[in-house]
Design a protein around this ligand. Structure first.
Ligand code: S3P
Length: 177
């Protein structure tokens, strides 16, 4: 019987704006697996968007729902799962994730992340910042989170933007799916 110790899931982790959702979708398409996105599941469960959850319930409540969702997806087999950028920082989440699949970090330098997120208003942790203040916030958060992102089985750091298709193809080979 399959159990969560089979580690058949593939988790995409890393900072906001590094392409976890799109790469996950594409990798799932190429590998004929199911794709799930924890942020989308959180929104579905809460019946609110991520910014609304942060605004109306606060980050603590968001993290509580995120933890429930992480536990639920970890029970599945052979799924490609895109995680929210902060999910792997919780020790219990990390144990659940790393025991149920292989982990892949997607990473870009802060300047590229900044430009990729420039027109997006759906990242509450960066709200109210722009230009240099936003870049500094991204740099600080990245520095704090680096040790967590580095724990992945595979860390892909890109110094220039690579297409979603190309990253998904690279991962297809790595994952052997
Ligand atoms: C967060 C990242 C977001 C979302 C929430 C918190 C984080 O997901 O989960 O806004 O703490 O980095 P993405 O990484 O998909 O943007």
């Amino acid at each position: 019987m399959s159990t969560t110790t089979d580690k058949t899931n593939i988790y995409l982790m890393g900072y906001m704006g590094c392409g976890k959702s799109h790469v996950g979708q594409q990798l799932a398409k190429f590998s004929h697996r199911q794709h799930l996105d924890t942020d989308k599941l959180i929104e579905k469960k809460a019946k609110m968007t991520i910014p609304q959850i942060f605004e109306q319930k606060g980050e603590k409540e968001f993290r509580a729902v995120e933890k429930e969702i992480v536990h639920q997806v970890a029970l599945l087999q052979n799924h490609i799962i895109s995680l929210g950028g902060g999910a792997v920082m919780d020790p219990e989440n990390w144990e659940t994730i790393s025991n149920s699949g292989r982990t892949i970090t997607l990473s870009y330098p802060p300047e590229i992340i900044m430009s990729r997120l420039s027109k997006k208003e759906n990242r509450p942790l960066l709200n109210g910042t722009q230009d240099q203040t936003r870049l500094n916030r991204i740099k600080t958060m990245l520095e704090q989170r680096q040790p967590y992102y580095q724990r992945a089985d595979l860390v892909l750091h890109f110094n220039q933007v690579i297409s979603v298709d190309d990253i998904a193809k690279m991962l297809l080979t790595y994952c052997g799916v």
